[in-house]
Design a protein around this ligand. Sequence first.
Ligand code: PLP
Length: 394
Amino acid sequence: MYTESLVKLGKVRSEIRELFEYGMKRKAEIGVENVFDFSIGNPSVPAPKCVDDAIKELVEDFDSVALHGYTSAQGDAEVRKTVADYINSRFNADVSADNIYMTCGAAASLSIVMNAVLSSDDECIVIKPYFPEYGAFLERTGAKLVEVDPEDKTFQIDIENMKEAINERTKMVVVNSPNNPSGVVYKKDNILALCKLLKDKEEEYGHPIFIVTDEPYRELVYDDTTVPYLINYYDNTFVCYSYSKTLSLPGERIGYIVVSPKIANYEDAYAAVCGAGRTLGYVCAPALWQRVIAKCIDKTSDISIYKNNRDLFYNALTNMGYECVYPDGAFYLFVKAMEDDSRAFAEKAKKHELLVVPADSFGTPGYVRVSYCVNPDQIEKALPAFKALAEEYK
Ligand code: PLP
């Protein structure tokens, strides 16, 4: 009676949500302070003051009907100009307001781009470990999700594996850096090698292969890490950006797509994005929040808190004997489970009231994801539990 694949999707909660729900139940039973919940990627740092100031100013200065009314489907023209100018000032990318499409966050950006580009004959490559929701975003396109193994240990993109995975049906490659769940940032050489491979393959097959960059964590990088801006290196690029993590606004649903000015058949590419936004029923991104982000365009939440958490947690866990990928960005530690079965390992962790996500649904069994977007206090208090868990495997 109903669309079978969607009934299935609706009934199965993601492993992360499942654990998050368990955590809420457990906290009600034994007290919040006794459960060490590292399950979810909800920012723990408040939005910067400019967000509250912007809301106040907008409410005071703006005509209320216009403030809360529909904007153009692709987003308010002034906001798009502000976003484009900012991108140019930071990345020298030569984009204009006409390249920007405002969205309800990265999830909307990705599902719009996937629906704009892919159909059932196509293949979309994702690099392990990858955000499990990609499968859901692809669902209605009918395209095949193709998983590619990364380099051992470094979790950089394995160019040889990519070469093997690409065929004439490959139409899209999703690049998520900083990566959820590994925290790895792909190095510039690695990205350039990917671009070269894809350009060669485009020539060989005579059609574009699009790179879609999934960038909710772009600003969450530590020390002197930089994240290459792909539009500057590869013409057939869509950027899917979000303010969910950067400005700690995940519930407000705001982000944007950049359609590269150099993309194949630009006018049709942008039109397809607008068309996909319509068929998915987005109408326009939240009007108030479009204007808020324009007023806070060069601001972020206090990223140093995440950096301190990373240093504290990474050092403590590796000292205890945990094997951990060094994370240059995002707010996740990717930890090797101390037994082959990461689900069994996560279950054992639960006995110590530690909630960590088995990485099976990210395409990488054998690892767990530990979110450190939490109060530093929680990390300190959880360390004895991590120690006790490690002891069980000695
Ligand atoms: N992509 C990745 C890799 C994510 O981790 C997330 C959220 O956690 C999203 C996309 C969705 O982000 P948004 O809240 O902006 O829709």
